[in-house]
Design a protein around this ligand. Structure first.
Ligand code: NAD
Ligand code: UD1
Length: 337
């Protein structure tokens, strides 16, 4: 049995589909603070299997204790966390409390029950802004520009220290680049609350008529077309990376870290054009000023994930946009529809 914290969320729900389709049983523990229970009903529709669901906070030690007593947990995938960069600047204590205490309580309860394997959702945001591209797992980390980034950085330190102290422990830190897209059924996808901060949901909501136009945050960067370049990865590819990570976590010891991206960069205009092709109409946009804190170019070197985990992506930007559009047009208001 795999315990999936935050399994009702965007990446968690897609990962549950891949886990269930691969024969794993799953227990999802989520407090639904940024997700909808419908996502798990849709997971059941896609897979024909029902993940066990427990509505609870990962910081609730008693509930967690009961979960580990009730189910034979082989490995934990820890997605649960708050992830909005701007909100983390406004509410730093909420972010440190939620993201760090959830990791601490989880580790403590795992230790009590002798569960030794964990996969953690880290982020490319842990890399310092002064690295050369591509980013390797050995590139400089730290100097985070916001509390959200620090919670990922500090969680990584917690897990590393834990593995040093307990040589039987196994932690796989996955540094995600930019997950976008949706399951090709169009039944699950990204459903951000309020005005999206990230590019793809903004483009998708513009295409479906919920927003007037996309603002491109700067076109004077030192990139081929002047707009920011990122390493977008299809969420289903990212979900599949978790299967490789679980296999690795249960068969190895120690703490290891992997970049999970495609190794290719796409600009903001590349994304808008690919999405326009996917939805069959031009997505309107205007050029605005740069967004504070943004880097010109961020992309991964993914050799380590390929060589050690045996993980490779399958899907390109066109497919990411086709699937994101399929989700958005069938669910213009997300799970609220
Ligand atoms: P999401 O918000 O859709 O999913 C997170 C889930 O965790 C939500 O369902 C939320 O209700 C739940 N949750 C939050 N705090 C909780 C708590 N204390 N107890 C129980 N449940 C809790 O986000 P996502 O995009 O699926 O991201 C999953 C993880 O990956 C997060 O840790 C995020 O920081 C990390 N990550 C995401 C991205 C991205 O671009 N989406 C990039 C890098 C890393
Ligand atoms: C952002 C976060 C990062 C987080 C990641 C995934 C910041 C500074 N960084 O990264 O910490 O890990 O999301 O959640 O917030 N863009 C536009 N118009 C928009 C939105 C974005 O032009 O309306 C541009 C951005 O300037 C950037 C690219 O699109 O060049 C991607 O932006 P976004 O989706 O927010 O991801 P990141 O900036 O990589």
């Amino acid at each position: 049995m795999i315990l999936v914290t935050g399994g009702a969320g965007f990446i968690g729900s897609h990962t549950c589909v891949e886990l269930l389709n691969s024969g794993y049983d799953t227990v999802v523990l989520d407090n639904l603070c940024n997700s909808h229970i419908k996502s798990l009903e849709r997971v059941e529709r896609i897979t024909g299997k029902k993940p066990v669901f427990i509505k609870a906070d990962v910081r609730d030690r008693e509930v967690l204790d009961r979960v580990f007593s009730t189910y034979d947990i082989e490995c934990v995938i820890h997605f649960a966390g708050l992830k909005a960069v701007g909100e983390s600047v406004a509410k730093p204590m909420e972010y440190f409390d939620n993201n760090l205490n959830s990791s601490l309580v989880l580790c403590d309860v795992m230790k009590k029950h002798g569960v030794k394997a964990l996969v953690f959702s880290s982020s490319a945001t842990v890399y310092s802004g002064d690295n050369e591209m591509p980013l390797y797992e050995t590139s400089r980390t730290g100097n985070c520009t916001n509390p959200y980034g620090w919670t990922k950085y500090m969680s990584e330190q917690i897990f590393k220290a834990l593995c040093t102290a307990d040589p039987d422990m196994s932690v796989v830190l996955l540094r995600y680049f930019n997950p976008i897209g949706a399951h090709e059924s169009g039944l699950i996808g990204e459903d951000p609350q309020g005005i999206p901060n990230n590019l793809l949901p903004y483009v998708a909501q513009t295409a479906v008529g919920r927003r007037e136009r996309v603002t491109v945050h700067g076109n004077d960067y030192p990139t081929p077309d002047g707009t920011g370049v990122r390493d977008y990865i299809h969420v289903v590819d990212l979900a599949r990376a978790h299967l490789c990570a679980v296999s690795y976590a249960v068969s190895h010891k120690g703490c290891d870290v992997f970049n999970i991206g495609t190794g290719r960069g796409s600009s903001v205009l590349d994304v808008i054009k690919a999405f326009s092709r996917a939805c069959g109409k031009d997505v309107p946009y205007v050029i605005g000023p740069r967004r504070p804190g943004d880097l010109a170019t961020v992309y991964a070197d993914c050799t380590k994930a390929k060589e050690v985990l045996g993980f490779e992506t399958k899907y390109d930007l066109e497919k990411m946009c086709i699937d994101a559009w399929n989700w958005q047009k069938n669910n213009p208001n997300g799970f609220a529809d």
